[in-house]
Design a protein around this ligand. Structure first.
Ligand code: ATP
Length: 242
């Protein structure tokens, strides 16, 4: 079996100092399997975004270790982190973050072009097919529905073949039908492209597309579940919030 794509060990994150200090993560240890789709859930304020930002090199940690593949990222300089994010991590956010003046195809190709890397044309075609964008490639974001825009963002993350994609509430701005489509494409990309995906979500239905759900409460990892269903996730959340 391949080693985990991401390993966080004893992660502590304290925001602020003195009386104003808030400990958002109290020593979280968790690993994310390569080629698996994992959801991170928990009540509001439980530390989901903090955990994701620390693992993606978007925020510094107070203590502990984060490994992306075989790279320990906690000691890296800002420049090294920028390169790591550019070359090895894919991001999908709630706001689609597409450039409005570029077409769907140009948006998908842009990060690789900025990185000076060649686009793998076979993979590009496969990704476009997988996310069902073939007939929308020449459209600008304003000419696409929200669901289609998010599919462009998914394709953009997939074509660079990142070691891991971090998705932060990727369906938060979508109606349930478009959300279901985007989640199905994420699922397919895990199955067919062996992509590793870690997704923060509030939505038990979204989490049910994952292979595994890890639950945070008050900055601690308290529970995890495999083969989740919307009902089993909802039950677990209710117990956590009780
Ligand atoms: N920049 C910051 N400065 C101070 N405290 C912060 C900062 N960011 C987050 N926190 C605090 O850290 C804790 C965890 O926040 P975080 O955003 O990670 O939770 P979350 O589970 O993602 O919440 P939500 O579901 O509401 O988005 C909260 O108590 C929050 O108020």
């Amino acid at each position: 079996m391949a080693p985990p794509a991401v390993i966080a060990t004893d992660l502590v994150k304290v925001y602020g100092a003195g009386d104003a200090a808030v400990t958002a993560l109290h020593g979280v240890s968790v690993s994310f399997e390569t080629g698996a789709f994992t959801a991170i859930m928990g009540p509001s304020g439980s530390g989901k975004s903090t955990l994701m930002h620390c693992m993606a090199g978007l925020d510094t940690v107070t203590r502990g270790s984060v490994r992306i593949g075989d790279t320990e990222i906690t000691g890296l300089s800002d420049k090294q982190l920028t390169m790591l994010r550019r070359d090895r991590i894919g991001f999908i956010f709630q706001a689609f973050n597409l450039l409005p003046t570029l077409t769907a195809e140009e948006n998908i190709r842009l990060p690789l072009e900025i990185a000076g890397r060649l686009v793998d044309e076979a993979l590009f075609q496969r990704v476009v097919e997988t996310v069902g964008l073939r007939d929308r490639l020449s459209h600008k974001p304003t000419e696409l529905s929200g669901g289609q825009q998010q599919r462009v963002a998914v394709a953009r993350a997939l074509v660079s073949r990142p070691q891991v994609i971090f998705a932060d509430e990727p369906t938060g701005n979508l109606d349930s039908r478009s959300g279901a489509e985007v989640l199905a494409f994420l699922r397919t990309s895990v199955r067919e492209l062996e992509q590793t995906i870690v997704m923060v979500t509030h939505d038990p239905v979204a989490a049910s597309y994952a292979d595994r759900v890890v639950f945070l409460r008050d900055g601690r990892l308290v529970f995890e579940m495999r083969q989740p269903t919307p009902d089993s996730v909802l039950d677990a959340l209710k117990r956590l919030e009780a």
